[in-house]
Write a protein that binds this ligand. Structure first.
Ligand SMILES: Nc1nc2c(ncn2[C@@H]2O[C@H](COP(=O)(O)OP(=O)(O)OP(=O)(O)O)[C@@H](O)[C@H]2O)c(=O)[nH]1
Length: 769
């Protein structure tokens, strides 16, 4: 959009915006805040230092705008010939058509219409000198030599202003005097000499600041002179002169543009710079250009840094989202470095043109902001790496522990090395050089967690190992102890305890062999062995308890008693005879067996040294620390007093029964039926037996009954016959029952006739039922 302070020029070449003129300072001395945007539109934003600024000074209506338009293809307003009134108010700017040049058309110095605002000339001179490398001083030929003329006043202002701005610097400016309506009668050289003399006179007249008294005009200005023919009277010559002058606006030895004149303001900051200069100038403050340049540098570097950071953060947003999702982002460090490099490249491209001190410090600030933005990503990545390293450790550990004959220490060492390497590699990748980030604390945390996981796994594996050894121990003692406990006697416990200590020794050796692969400490070994001993003792105790359960113990006593009482010394069963000392044998066998109860009542070897020594639970805890209460002394007692009495009395009762049985077996063998009784029976029943045997009917009936019984038995008909007879008897029973019921339920059919008739309703016919 073009404001009322901007106007499009003719657009023969098609780039309207490029040749649009803009009023940068209006009649009310207000600065156009859109200048930076216009510099962008004029295509000079990225020109860096490769651009120039040219301003024109001179009296009003001396053809300044006409000259600029012809030289640079600008579109400044030119006074309408017929009206002859001032056209340029304030300061206008336009980009040169084919050159990276900003051209300023400054209001005529002797502006009659300005009246009381006479200091505008000084302010516009200050402004133009602060920003332009070439100052065109436009003047009529006929004004040269007129020392009191408006041009002399202008030149004095320019010299004074330049001294205040660049007095102590080496900054140079080209003053290009354009002599208009140069007729030619006075050669240009003469005119130049006159002008130079005039300027020197002015230089001599101005008061110099302290320390600059000896400085020369030529220390600050290069003077150049050019004459242009009369535009109206000699139009062709005028055009040729303009063309020749235009050809001089180039870089190089013969060109007017030179680095030495440049103000070193980057093109992208020139809008801000000019605005700031004008603000100082218009408010009559001292114009300190180095300060202005520093302020500009700070302002622009901040702007550039902000833009670079915004572009950076929008690029980094996606990465941030992913990493905060809890997953390790591969190549996060690479991405972060790319984002940072791109942001700095963007910053450097523009900001490096400004004051080095400011640029460097702003660059550091930007790097700090970038690092601050990226650090949470780095920390989130570390967190994710920590998680994945733990998972990797567990996987490797599980895999390793599944293999046969694994060596625990090397499995853990391998898993740990893999996890730590994965973490360190990931963390190093995610680090940014010079960001001053480290991951020592995070690595320390991981290390601690791995250590505790390894310890947990070690304890689990050691428990498993102890369990296996315990199973092996149980297998080892199983049958032997069964056998030994089944052979009660004074040496029974010696044998049992010897078996126990042999098996335990084997188990302990097995533990120590396997524990080597766990790199276990002496403390851990002591605990594991203690646990093993306790469990072994408990296993033995369980076995003993099984064998001394009431029923089993009673049967053992019974067996022992029977062996002593019912079998002789040779193991042959006894058949009691009248002369046997049943009472004596019984007492001996019973008393010896009763003695066994006390043998079983507690674990009491003949040699006390055969007993293992096991600390109680209070004195030392085992491997898992959660063992049931353990009291070794207490575990030696098997049967309480009352239990012993109970078992003894039960046994005595059973033994008594054996005794009675033994006694009876003698009586029964003695109390047989005498043979003569059979003779008497035969004698008394002889006649009846003969009668049955020799009577044909009885004999036939007996034979038939026997044959029928034999046939039924052979054909397996006994069952069905019983069933049929049961069914028939059931049916007969049922029939009888119903008949009886009917009989007692119906009235007797022999009731008197009169009574039957009386029971019928009157008028009804009597029917035979
Ligand atoms: N005699 C003469 N007249 C010229 C020359 N160049 C331009 N003019 C005329 O001078 C008049 C003023 O021209 P401008 O270009 O508007 O002059 P200016 O100095 O820009 O005027 P302001 O901006 O109003 O101060 C116009 O009528 C031009 O045609 C020249 O070389 N000689």
């Amino acid at each position: 959009m073009v404001s009322d302070t901007t106007q499009h020029g003719p657009t023969p070449n098609g780039h309207a915006e490029i040749t649009t003129r803009v009023q940068i300072i209006d009649e009310d001395k207000k600065f156009n805040a859109d200048l930076s945007k216009w510099i962008d539109k004029w295509g000079l934003h990225n020109a860096g230092f490769d651009y120039d600024v040219v301003a024109v000074f001179g009296s009003q209506s001396t053809g300044k705008s006409t000259l600029l338009n012809k030289l640079f293809g600008t579109t400044f307003d030119v006074m309408d010939e017929t009206q002859r009134r001032q056209t340029t108010k304030g300061i206008w700017m336009c980009r040169a058509e084919d050159l990276p040049v900003l051209v300023m058309d400054v209001e005529g110095t002797d502006g009659r219409e300005r009246g009381e605002d006479q200091d505008f000339e000084r302010k516009s001179a200050l402004f133009s000198l602060a920003s332009s490398q070439i100052l065109l001083v436009n003047l009529w030929e006929h004004q040269i030599g007129l020392y009191q003329g408006a041009n002399m006043a202008l030149l004095k202002t320019v010299i004074e202003v330049n001294l205040s701005l660049f007095g102590k610097t080496d900054q140079r400016t080209l003053l290009l005097f354009v002599i208009r309506d140069h007729v030619g009668s006075t050669p240009l050289a003469n005119l130049s000499t006159t002008l130079t003399a005039d300027i020197e006179r002015i230089w001599a007249s101005v008061s110099k600041p302290d320390g600059l008294e000896s400085r020369l005009l030529t220390d600050y200005f290069d003077l150049s002179f050019v004459g242009l023919a009369h535009k109206v009277l000699m139009p062709d010559k005028f055009e040729a002169d303009v063309k020749a002058l235009r050809a001089k606006f180039t870089f190089g030895p013969n060109g007017l543009f030179s680095d030495k004149y440049r103000r070193r303001i980057p093109a992208d900051g020139v809008g801000v710079y000019m605005e700031s200069i004008w603000e100082q100038v218009s408010s009559n403050k001292d114009l300190d250009l180095p300060t202005q340049q520093e302020l500009l540098a700070q302002f622009r570097c901040d702007e550039i840094s902000k833009a670079a950071f915004e572009a950076f953060s929008s690029r980094a947003k996606d990465g941030r989202r992913i990493v905060e999702g809890g997953k390790v982002v591969p190549n996060l460090g690479g991405m972060m470095r790319d984002w940072k490099t791109e942001a700095l490249r963007q910053f450097d491209a523009e900001a490096s043109r400004y004051l080095a001190a400011v640029y460097n410090s702003k660059r550091e600030d930007l790097i700090g902001s970038i690092h601050a933005y990226l650090q949470p990503l780095f920390l989130a990545q570390l967190k994710n790496l920590h998680k994945s390293a733990l998972a990797l450790f567990k996987i490797r550990l599980d895999e390793g522990l599944k293999k046969d004959g694994y060596d625990f220490a090397s499995v853990v060492g391998d898993a740990r090395a893999k996890a730590e390497t994965a973490f360190k590699d990931g963390a190093a990748e995610a680090s940014i050089q010079d960001a001053d980030w480290d991951y020592d604390i995070e690595f320390g945390q991981l290390d601690e967690e791995l250590t505790s996981l390894a310890a947990l796994s070690k304890s689990d594996e050691m428990k498993k190992m102890v369990n296996n050894i315990e199973r092996m121990f149980k297998r080892d003692i199983g049958e032997k102890v069964d056998l030994e406990l089944g052979r009660p006697g004074p040496k029974m416990w010696d044998a049992v305890l010897t078996t126990y200590s042999d098996a335990l020794k084997k188990a302990e050796q097995s533990y120590l062999r396997k524990a080597k692969s766990f790199n276990s400490t002496n403390d851990e070994d002591d605990q594991a062995l203690l646990t093993l001993r306790r469990r072994a003792w408990r296993a033995l105790k369980v076995k003993i308890d099984e064998h001394t359960a009431d029923s089993l113990l009673l049967s053992k006593l019974r067996a022992s008693f029977e062996e002593k009482f019912r079998y002789d010394e040779n193991g042959v069963p006894r058949v009691w005879g009248r002369n046997d000392d049943i009472d004596g044998l019984f007492r001996k066998a019973r008393d010896e067996t009763v003695d066994l109860v006390s043998v079983y009542s507690s674990i009491k070897p003949s040699e006390p040294s055969l007993l293992p020594s096991l600390p109680s639970q209070e004195e030392a805890t085992g491997l898992d620390g959660s063992d049931e209460p353990f009291d070794f002394e207490d575990s030696l007692h098997i049967l309480s007093e009352s239990k012993q009495v109970d078992i003894t009395s039960k046994f005595r009762r059973e033994a008594d029964a054996y005794f009675v049985e033994a006694k009876r077996s003698i009586v029964s063998s003695v109390a047989q039926i005498p043979y003569w009784v059979y003779g008497i029976i035969l004698l008394l029943g002889w006649n009846e037996a003969m009668f049955v045997l020799f009577h044909p009917v009885y004999l036939f009936t007996i034979v038939m009954a026997a044959a029928a019984a034999y046939a039924i038995f052979q054909l397996n008909l006994a069952g069905p016959l019983f069933q049929i007879s049961r069914t028939v008897s059931g049916e007969v029973q049922r029939q009888m029952h119903s008949r009886l019921k009917d009989y007692f339920a119906e009235p007797p059919t022999t009731a008197p006739e009169g009574l039957r008739q009386r029971r019928m309703a009157p008028g009804m016919e009597l029917k035979e039922l």
